[in-house]
Design a protein around this ligand. Structure first.
Ligand code: PXP
Length: 277
């Protein structure tokens, strides 16, 4: 604001800026763990585009275009794009992986720890692989990996993928012994399954209990030096309390974004979710 008293205005705004910076520094130093603030600022949204492929596979005629939808997701603020290449290829196809790997800056490939999938991941080299349990008859990934019974199998897959420069995330339930097993296996990241939290009514005691489990497992993971992500069943009405866990890094969300897109469009669905996390 430059006027006859332009000099005074500049001093005024200079003082405002000084106060804002001072307030920020005081907040960081005295009221919150600086690492927690940085983690919150760095929280990323992983957009799972499987259900755009689900719709396409209803007709198998290439419509809607997964490539166009993924580009729109990135332009709308998706930090990570996630696809789950299932054994039965019910939504994502092998060709989708090869199409997306060409232009997606950070691609997260969800897959079962099978020989077939490990081979595909090693060929395609996504940024990261999230190992998930997979059952043919399930509608979606029902639970976390059983790292106690399948420790050797998952440990072997983890090492082979890491040897190719692929980060490995393990999708697990929020339980202490499973977090410890993920650390012992040598995972880079754990993704905590938020399905039970998401199924509980918003604000109910059950949701409080599930949230507490996720908070405890997050702390345990972070103390062990793991990056902790979360996902499954997250929607606009329940994402806030998970996003409020400052140590959680990335949130992976798919179904609700595609459902919201019916009403507001994919771009706004992603922008609205980003604003909430
Ligand atoms: N994270 C993992 C590991 C998943 O398997 C899924 C479902 O594909 C999600 C996140 C996303 O879950 P939703 O589609 O319910 O948002």
């Amino acid at each position: 604001m430059l006027s006859h008293n332009g000099g005074i205005s500049l001093v005024f705004w200079g003082k405002q800026a000084y106060h804002i910076i001072l307030y920020g520094l005081t907040t960081i130093l005295f009221t919150e763990n600086p690492k927690a603030i940085i983690m919150r600022l760095m929280k990323k949204l992983g957009v799972n585009v499987d259900h755009i492929a689900t719709l396409r596979e209803q007709r198998k005629e290439g419509n809607p275009s997964l490539v166009d939808a993924t580009k729109l997701a990135i332009d709308s603020g998706a930090d990570i794009i996630t696809i789950h290449l299932r054994e039965d290829r019910r939504h994502i196809q092998d060709a989708d992986l090869w199409d997306l790997i060409k232009f997606v800056p950070v691609l997260n490939l969800e897959m079962a720890a099978t020989e077939e999938m490990i081979g595909i991941a090693i060929d395609a080299k996504p940024t990261m692989v999230c190992l998930v349990p997979e059952k043919r008859e399930e509608l979606t990934t029902e639970g976390g990996l059983d790292l106690i019974s399948h420790r050797e199998l998952i440990g072997d897959a983890t090492k082979r993928l890491q040897a190719e420069g692929i980060q490995v995330s393990l999708f697990i339930d929020a339980e202490d012994e499973v977090v410890d097993a993920a650390k012992a296996i040598g995972a880079d990241i754990i993704e905590l399954h938020t399905g039970s939290y998401a199924r509980a009514r918003v604000g109910s005691p059950e949701q409080d209990t599930e949230l507490a489990r996720i908070q405890t497992a997050t702390q345990r993971g972070v103390v062990a030096g793991l990056q902790v992500n979360a996902g499954h069943g997250l929607r606009q009405d329940n994402v806030g309390r998970i996003a409020g866990i400052s140590e959680v890094s990335d949130l992976h969300i798919g179904h609700s974004l595609v459902a919201d897109a019916l009403f507001v469009g994919l771009g706004d669905a992603i922008r609205q979710m980003k604003a909430l996390i």
